[in-house]
Design a protein around this ligand. Structure first.
Ligand code: SAH
Length: 219
């Protein structure tokens, strides 16, 4: 791609971070840097590149979406990542959120249930040079037991209730962020496990595609 086009996207990305993310109260410098660095346009079809730094989700095929940049930042901020963590993501989708997590944590495990979405996400993440990501095709409502426990868990699809395997696979201490609600609207919910206890914090309303699986919505 031409240098000019790259510069154009870099500037669009900086503007996105300032006007949509920092302006809405997200101040973690490492997170803002990551959002400025990861080229969101590469995670969508080329026909959508010019919309990639807009303030909205975008279709990625198969009825799924890449989340709105602000929501990615908001959820990631709540995980409070310092750099040493092992993170589990449910719903790889485009792989964009996965890349942001890989910038901020030591290792990222990500699970996606739609076969057709994986090759593209994997290819982009490979080309961008991430070596701390492992992705598998599965029903992520079961978590990923082999690598548990996780210091942070992020669920990027809406669920009627929090899948129990995920609560079990969360480290103590650990933080999970998950949209919980009906199929039309959910509440961003933060679960904090510490000293054998679990605190639940309710945040803003959001709208995600469905988490489909044994411990989510039935297919
Ligand atoms: N983080 C992604 C969000 C994609 S949308 C991005 O920004 O691109 C949510 C994703 O969750 C979809 O790809 C959907 O297929 C996936 N999903 C839904 N139910 C799932 C399940 N049980 N296990 C794994 N992935 C699931």
């Amino acid at each position: 791609m031409s240098q000019k086009r790259n510069d154009h996207f870099r500037i669009a990305r900086e503007r996105m971070v300032e006007s949509q993310i920092a302006a809405r109260g997200i101040h973690d410098p490492r997170l803002l840097e990551a959002m400025k660095k990861v080229p969101r346009h590469l995670f969508v079809d080329e026909a959508l590149w010019d919309q990639a730094y807009g303030d909205s989700p975008l279709p990625i095929g198969h009825g799924q979406t890449i989340s709105q940049p602000y929501i990615v930042a908001r959820m990631t901020q709540e995980l409070g990542l310092q750099g040493h963590e092992k993170v589990l993501e449910i719903g790889t989708g485009s792989g964009y959120q996965t890349a942001i997590l890989a910038e901020l944590a030591a290792r990222v495990y990500s699970v996606e249930r739609i076969t057709a979405l994986l090759p593209r996400a994997k290819k982009v993440l490979d080309e961008l040079g991430y070596h701390n990501i492992l992705i598998k095709l599965d029903d992520g409502t079961w978590g990923w037991k082999e690598h548990a426990p996780y210091d942070a868990i992020i669920v990027t699809a809406g669920t009627p209730s929090i899948p129990n395997p995920l609560i079990k696979q969360l480290n103590d201490p650990g933080i999970m962020v998950v949209p919980v609600g009906d199929e039309y609207s959910q509440t961003l919910t933060k679960i904090v496990k510490h000293d054998g206890k679990i605190d639940t914090i309710y945040m803003e309303g959001v709208r995600f595609v469905k988490l489909i699986g044994d411990h989510g919505w039935r297919a």
